[in-house]
Design a protein around this ligand. Structure first.
Ligand SMILES: [Zn+2]
Length: 165
């Protein structure tokens, strides 16, 4: 994770998603930028103005992302439960004394492969859900914003020339 900051900015009276209709609501989101030199990720949190139609669509998208994330976490926990005997037996593991013992041990480990695959799959599904649910209105290079919607971006750039590109 990284530091969450806020940057003072003025939002135009326009929906940040469609760039057409006047906003009736706002949608709080985050933009992140990883500094390749320091390796640190900076996160800026901001509220984008949105119209009623876009807000409905964004909320449903955020909800879908959340559901997918919960399913992913559930799958991860199933994988973890399948792996539990493996973790529990780790304490009593000994170095195999013979080839036969080594083969038996390796076979025993192999039966936990599905658990590991399920756990990793669950993490990937949860990450995909999180990614999908996180609405990105703009790209941010650590200093300046570029909104995806070009009419909104022009209006934003006029109000905030120092932080627009
Ligand atoms: Zn809109």
């Amino acid at each position: 994770m990284g530091r969450v900051t806020q940057i003072p900015m003025q939002m135009p009276s326009l929906c940040a998603k469609c760039g057409e209709r006047p906003p009736t609501d706002s949608h709080t989101t985050q933009a992140r930028h990883r500094n390749l030199i320091t390796g640190r990720t900076n996160i800026v949190s901001y509220s984008a103005p949105v119209c009623a139609d876009c807000q409905t669509a964004l909320k449903s998208r955020a909800r879908t992302g959340m559901i997918v994330m919960i399913i992913g976490i559930g799958i991860f926990l199933v994988g973890l439960a399948l792996l539990a005997p493996y973790f529990l037996s780790m304490g009593s593991m000994t170095v195999p004394a013979s080839n036969e013992e080594a083969i038996a041990l390796s076979n025993r480990w192999q039966q936990y492969t599905p658990g590991a695959v399920i756990a990793v799959g669950g993490i990937l599904i949860a990450m995909a859900g999180r990614w999908f649910g996180n609405i990105r209105f703009a790209r941010w290079n650590g200093r300046k914003f570029r909104f995806n919607n070009s009419s909104f971006h022009s209006a934003f750039a006029e109000l905030n020339p120092a932080i627009s590109r």
